[in-house]
Design a protein around this ligand. Structure first.
Ligand SMILES: [Zn+2]
Length: 112
């Protein structure tokens, strides 16, 4: 199956016509009238950008999907940061436990 055949089956707003990635983001949106909007879309994989007209409802749906995906990516990044901080803290505690032999040793190391 060719690239164009695969692309035609997918939502053209969400998929790049060049590389078929679903990493398209809306760079700009302009309402043309009550029913139609012009979108400027850019592919996050290959950088291809395009301008197209679509219904206002489709433009709004895409905007909501992109906002939801951005929120999901922010949450994943925050979770990853938290997991890394916990891992760093665990490693620090393990290092302290393996190197410090009792309260006197701890006090002598921290009050030098
Ligand atoms: Zn692309």
């Amino acid at each position: 199956m060719g690239v164009w055949a695969r692309f035609r089956r997918r939502d053209p707003l969400e998929h790049c016509p060049i590389c078929t990635a679903d990493a398209v983001s809306a760079v700009d949106r302009e309402s043309l009238d009550a029913s139609f909007a012009q979108l400027e879309l850019r592919c996050g994989v290959c950088g291809t950008w395009r301008r197209l007209r679509t219904s206002s409802a489709a433009a709004e749906l895409l905007e909501h999907k992109l906002e939801r995906q951005c929120r999901w990516m922010r949450e994943l990044a925050e979770l990853s940061d938290r997991e890394r901080m916990v891992s760093d803290a665990d490693a620090f505690v393990d290092a302290l436990r393996s190197e410090i032999e009792g309260a006197d040793d701890f006090l002598s190391r921290t009050r030098a």
